[in-house]
Design a protein around this ligand. Structure first.
Ligand code: NAD
Length: 427
């Protein structure tokens, strides 16, 4: 029997004022593992009040003492690495080693946050004779954190240790697809000695997010998710003059030049397109093949065929995601692209209800095709052909997304040439 989750408010598990619940599925099997409440604006208000009540005590605690909680939290993440990774795999569908890697990243961010007492040392400037300006850092108050499904432990932990060590208190709204890891994080923070109310979890979807954007008690907000929702959240939160950091989706281009190392390029690209079943904002989703690189593409296809759903490839998050990804492949085929490796209709023996898409490599994609323009978020690589480096750079520059771009070459000058001209934020 699957449990219905409760919110975590003021250190206690609290029933949500929810009009409905959603099933939480194990994507690897298609079985329901829990139900998550779609909480209301009233639940958000209760959580913000609890966080506001905890703020004076927590922000008034010296940072050297606040940081001690996070040294203990790090030790608890290490202690529970195996069970937390299993939970991430269970609700997200990624492989156990991928889940473990994201718990390791959560630990790294916590280590970074533990160095905050040194990092936030202020500055003093003598601006005039006898006049001194000081820069000190102060917590802003209650902050909100809204997270996506693809990293149930790591993405919440991008914000939690940093924001809380700095003395803020928080309301987390995890993705409704993966709410279980957030509850485990709440339990670990409590065990680490975090005072009640400093960290709260409200489950739900759009209504909760909108209430967080609108609530006058929220001072700042961090969002990670799709570009469409990032824009909505950014506009809504900043309309209330809140500070907002909103990270959106991606289309990462890999430019492969003819002198690229065949084996290294093929295995790197195959791993990048298929890791976390392509559900990573840093996944390779578009390759721009410059000139005669057919030998690399052949080898890449061999590498992709060795990546097997249910073995070294996890499931995608939902039945709808599987259908959406397969529609992109079918549409590309209809538009004239060539499917070199076809991951449609993947079935894993013993897990027939799971949502699997095999690695898919598509050649002869044109930049105007939907599969080249939009974020697919599955283990699918679209290969576009270019005659020159400049043509490849122009393809990358024309795409509206800009998370990361890479260049594969053994020529340092060309690598620099591309790095200086690619438009993505990370090269
Ligand atoms: P999503 O945008 O659907 O959901 C993100 C959050 O917003 C969830 O908590 C969800 O409940 C909420 N939400 C959904 N629709 C909403 C609406 N209409 N109004 C208000 N809130 C809403 O994203 P997802 O599918 O969970 O995650 C995948 C996306 O996240 C991909 O686009 C991926 O590239 C992106 N992502 C980006 C980064 C980054 O660092 N840039 C990192 C991880 C994921």
């Amino acid at each position: 029997m699957s449990v219905t989750l409760r919110n975590h408010i003021g250190g206690k598990e609290t029933d949500a004022n929810a009009s409905s619940t959603l099933p939480v599925m194990n994507p690897a099997t298609g079985e329901q593992i829990a139900s998550v409440p779609l909480s209301s604006a009233k639940d958000v208000d209760t959580a913000v009040r609890a966080a506001a009540a905890a703020f004076p005590g927590w922000s008034g605690t010296p940072i050297k003492e606040r940081v001690q909680v996070f040294y203990r939290y790090k030790a608890l993440l290490e202690r529970d690495m195996a069970s937390l990774s299993e939970l991430v795999t269970r609700e997200n569908g990624k492989t156990l080693s991928e889940a473990k890697a994201e718990v390791e990243k959560s630990i790294e961010v916590t280590e970074f946050a533990c160095s905050m007492p040194q990092l936030i040392a202020g500055e003093v400037l003598e601006v005039s004779r006898g006049v001194e300006c000081r820069i000190d850092r102060h917590p802003v108050g209650v902050v909100a954190c809204i997270t996506p499904f693809n990293f149930p432990a790591m993405v919440p932990n991008w914000t939690i240790p940093n924001a809380l060590v700095l003395g803020n208190t928080m309301v987390l709204k995890p993705s409704e697809f993966v709410p279980l890891s957030a509850m485990r994080i709440a339990a670990l923070l409590q065990e680490a000695g975090l005072p009640d109310g400093v960290f709260n979890v409200v489950h739900g979807g759009q209504e909760v997010v909108e209430a967080l954007c609108d609530h006058p008690g929220i001072e700042a907000l961090s969002f990670v998710g799709s570009t469409r929702v990032a824009k909505l959240v950014y506009q809504r939160a900043t309309a209330h003059l809140k500070r907002a950091v909103c990270l959106g989706g991606a289309k990462n281009h890999l430019i492969v030049l003819p002198d690229a190392h065949e084996e290294m390029t093929a295995s790197n690209v195959a791993a990048s397109m298929s890791g976390c079943a392509g559900q990573r904002c840093m996944a390779a989703s578009a390759m721009v093949a410059v000139g005669g690189v057919d030998h690399i593409i052949r080898r890449l296809c061999d590498e992709a065929r060795a990546i097997v759903p249910g073995k070294n490839l996890g499931a995608v998050i939902s039945k709808q995601a599987k259908e959406r990804i397969e529609r992109y492949i079918t549409e590309a085929e209809r538009e004239g692209a060539t499917i070199l490796v076809d991951g449609r209709n993947a079935v894993v023996a013993g897990k027939e209800g799971g949502y699997y898409v095999g690695p898919t490599v598509i050649d002869n994609v044109r930049p105007d095709m939907k599969i080249a323009r939009e974020e697919v978020f599955g283990p699918v690589l679209a290969i576009m052909r270019a005659k020159t480096v400049d043509e490849a750079i122009a393809i990358e520059n024309a795409n509206p997304y800009g998370n990361a771009a890479s260049v594969f070459t053994q020529n340092g000058g060309l690598a620099r040439y591309v790095a200086e001209r690619a438009s993505a934020g990370m090269i």
